[in-house]
Design a protein around this ligand. Structure first.
Ligand SMILES: Cc1cc2nc3c(=O)[nH]c(=O)nc-3n(C[C@H](O)[C@H](O)[C@H](O)COP(=O)(O)O)c2cc1C
Length: 134
């Protein structure tokens, strides 16, 4: 696990929606938009599964994700990669459901997808493109 530096957290918080990539066991990629994404601490991101379909089946087979963010103000962009655990009940599910329902009580709040951040890369164009941040 790694800690997200402040510039990464700021860029992710401003990214709406956040593109998130998963892959099946056979390595077929899939990208979705995430609107409900919350930083829990420097190493942890919570994502609400309201409508995941291919994403849910990919995560069951291969618990790896890549998130992408970009700020046109700061001209910073990062790829955040990590491993997830999926919680359909228990305290993490309750925390996600409370948060989601405070925004929209009609959302299904099926599962909390908890991302533990493992690697961060610079995704801005220029000489540092693709370089590991942490
Ligand atoms: C702007 C936007 C925000 C979205 N936010 C979420 C979200 O926070 N959670 C969620 O489960 N689906 C969200 N979706 C739906 C997913 O992007 C996607 O449609 C869904 O996961 C089904 O695709 P899949 O079969 O590839 O998983 C959002 C879609 C859009 C367009």
């Amino acid at each position: 696990m790694v800690k997200m530096p402040p510039e990464v957290k700021e860029t992710l918080e401003k990214q709406k929606p956040v593109p998130m990539a998963t892959a099946s066991k056979s390595a077929t990629p899939n990208v979705v938009f995430i609107g409900l994404c919350k930083i829990l601490d420097d190493e942890t991101i919570m994502i609400a599964d309201n409508f995941f379909y291919k994403t849910a089946s990919n995560l069951a087979e291969n618990p790896k994700v890549s998130l992408l963010c970009y700020s046109s103000e700061s001209k910073k962009s990062f790829q955040i990669k990590g491993s997830v655990t999926v919680h359909k009940e228990g305290p993490q599910h309750q925390q996600m459901a409370d948060w989601v329902h405070s925004i929209n009580p009609k959302l299904p709040a099926k599962a909390a997808v908890i991302v533990k951040v493992e690697e961060i890369y610079n995704a801005m164009w220029g000489p540092s493109a693709g370089k590991k941040v942490v």
